[in-house]
Ligand binder design. Structure first.
Ligand SMILES: [Zn+2]
Ligand SMILES: [Zn+2]
Length: 288
C-alpha cells in the first residue's frame, strides 16, 4: 500500500509512528509532507522541515518517500527548490498549503518548475481557512501546465465533487463537509475526467465524506476515476489504531475509508490501483 498523505510533527508524530500507522493497515510506503513555515504558509511550529523529511526518507528508504515544500512568496523560492532537487531524494511537492490564490503568478512559477522536475504537486484547498483560494481558477492552471501533475486535497476540492457545492463561507448553508446527494457535473469530477494531469487525494475527513455522502454516486465516481484516485490518511493517530498524541483515543481514519473502498471497488485490481498502483506510477515505484 502507499499512503499518499502523512505528516511527521515535532514531539508528536515521528517517522516511526508513520511506519507503524501503515503497518497496522497492511504495510508499505508512506509519503511524508512538510509544510514550509514561510510568510504565506499555514505551517505550525511543529511542522516538519524539508531537511527532516529528507532525513526520514534516508533513514527508512523502503518505507518513506519525502516531498518538499517552499513558500512561493520567498524571494529565493525557485532557488531553494532547485537546491532541494539536487539532493535526488525528494519525489514531489507538498503539502502546498498557502494563503495565495491557486493561480497566483508565484504559484504558477513553482508549479512549472515542479513539472520540469517530474514532481507531482499536492495542493490543499479550502474556503474557510483561506488556503488555496480561487478554486475555480484551478481549471485554467491545470490546462496551462500540462506537464505538471496536480493532486487535489481538502475541503474545497472535495466539496466540488457536487455541482451543487455551496462555496461562499458566509452562506448559512455553507459547510466544509457537506452531506447529502451529489449532483453530477461538479468541478472536481470534471477536472479528473478531462485532464490527464489531475489526480485526487482521498485523505482526511474531506475525502471520506465526499465518497460516503452519496454511496451510489461514490461507487460510480470510484469506478470512473479508478486510475486517478490516491488513497491517503492525513491521520493524526500514532499507530493506525486511534491512539492520538495527546493520549486520547479516536477512530483512525483508515477504519472508515479502507472498508468503503473495498465495498466500492469491483475487484482486487481496482482496489490495488487506488491504494497502491496509481501512487506508484507517480512516484516511480514498482506496481503490484
Ligand atoms: Zn495534510
Ligand atoms: Zn490513524
Amino acid at each position: 500500500m502507499i499512503d499518499f498523505h502523512t505528516h511527521i510533527n515535532k514531539g508528536k508524530r515521528s517517522a516511526e509512528s508513520v511506519r507503524s500507522h501503515l503497518d497496522t493497515h497492511g504495510g508499505g510506503v508512506s509519503v511524508v509532507l512538510p509544510i514550509d513555515p514561510g510568510p504565506s504558509s499555514s505551517a505550525l511550529d511543529e511542522a516538519m522541515s524539508n531537511e527532516e523529511a529528507i532525513a526520514s526518507a534516508e533513514s527508512y528508504p523502503n518505507d518513506i518517500v519525502a516531498f518538499c515544500h517552499v513558500d512561493p512568496t520567498h524571494p529565493d523560492a525557485k532557488q531553494r527548490l532547485k537546491s532541494i532537487q539536487k539532493t535526488g531524494i525528494v519525489r514531489g511537492f507538498g503539502e502546498h498549503k498557502v494563503s495565495l490564490p491557486v493561480d497566483h503568478p508565484r504559484n504558477m512559477e513553482i508549479y512549472e518548475l515542479c513539472g520540469q522536475f517530474g514532481w507531482p504537486v499536492l495542493i490543499h484547498m479550502d474556503y474557510t481557512g483561506v488556503y488555496g483560494s480561487n478554486f475555480v481558477a484551478l481549471k485554467k492552471v491545470v490546462q496551462s501546465l500540462p506537464d505538471t501533475i496536480f493532486i487535489g486535497h481538502a475541503m474545497a476540492w472535495w466539496t466540488n465533487i457536487s455541482s451543487s457545492a455551496i462555496t461562499d463561507p458566509a452562506s448559512p448553508q455553507f459547510s466544509d463537509y457537506p452531506f447529502g446527494p451529489v449532483l453530477p457535473g461538479g468541478l472536481t469530477d470534471q477536472l479528473l475526467t478531462e485532464y490527464p494531469n489531475v489526480y485526487g487525494d482521498l485523505s482526511a475527513r474531506s475525502g471520506y465524506y465526499a465518497l460516503s455522502r452519496d454511496e451510489t454516486f461514490g461507487e460510480d465516481f470510484v469506478t470512473r476515476h479508478r486510475k486517478k484516485l490516491l488513497w491517503g490518511t492525513d491521520c493524526p493517530c500514532l499507530d493506525g489504531r486511534g491512539t492520538f498524541p495527546d493520549g486520547t483515543f479516536r477512530e483512525c481514519l483508515s477504519y472508515f475509508m479502507l472498508p468503503l473502498l473495498q465495498k466500492f471497488c469491483e475487484s482486487l485490481g481496482h482496489y490495488n490501483d487506488i491504494t497502491h498502483n496509481n501512487a506508484a506510477r507517480l512516484l516511480r515505484l514498482p506496481t503490484i
